[in-house]
Design a protein around this ligand. Structure first.
Ligand SMILES: C[S@@+](CC[C@H](N)C(=O)[O-])C[C@H]1O[C@@H](n2cnc3c(N)ncnc32)[C@H](O)[C@@H]1O
Length: 183
């Protein structure tokens, strides 16, 4: 099994079921940019808190994670909340990129999983008008920056593109977030 899967399986063992939680990058003002229908992709979904939130909002969700234990937690939480019909779960190693069938999303969320090799795909796998919501650990304001912390400006540089409208960017206290809309 992939090292990441083994490591994260151990961390999720015995984890409680998630409750719906809005992605960190969204504010009360920005929440309205997230559509209330269509398709959402939750990248490195973990226990599925953001997947549940997206489903509750009205989107049909594909939740990806390398950890089979995490994916099981998403499935169980969706079952428990009566949301299972709207959340497809998949075990996927994102080091290999996104499967080609994962395209034409209205929303893509990637929270606390730093994957610079996927930033371009996050834009290209959106429909025009679709929203990408990304949060990563950041060296900016971090007490002890490590290999998973993005250098200053990483998200801005990656998403500064002619086909992208910037809606929000913050970088502070060891975390960076960006919200963009595909033109
Ligand atoms: C810090 S957790 C974030 C989970 C969730 N997005 C959240 O914000 O609560 C990072 C997630 O990335 C997943 N992950 C780590 N390496 C991965 C890989 N190579 N492919 C897919 N998922 C991976 C882990 O299993 C874990 O669920």
């Amino acid at each position: 099994m992939h090292d990441d899967a083994t490591r994260w399986d151990a961390r999720y063992d015995g984890h409680r079921l998630a409750s719906p939680s809005r992605p960190d990058a969204l504010t009360d003002e920005l929440e309205s940019v997230v559509p209330t229908s269509g398709r959402a992709l939750d990248v490195a979904a973990g226990a599925g808190a953001q997947s549940l939130w997206l489903e509750r909002r009205g989107l049909s969700v594909v939740a990806l994670d390398v950890s089979p234990v995490a994916v099981g937690l998403v499935r169980d939480a969706a079952d428990a909340a009566g949301l299972a019909a709207g959340i497809e779960v998949r075990v996927a190693d994102l080091d290999d990129g996104l499967d080609p069938d994962l395209t034409r999303f209205d929303v893509i969320v990637c929270q606390r999983f730093r994957a610079p090799h996927l930033y371009a795909a996050f834009v290209e796998r959106l429909v025009p008008g679709g929203i990408a919501v990304v949060t990563v650990l950041s060296q900016v304001g971090a007490d002890q920056p490590g290999p998973f912390h993005a250098p200053a400006g990483e998200l801005l540089q990656a998403f500064e593109r002619d086909d992208v409208e910037l809606l929000r960017h913050v970088e502070a206290d060891g975390q960076a977030s960006i919200v963009v809309r595909r033109r």
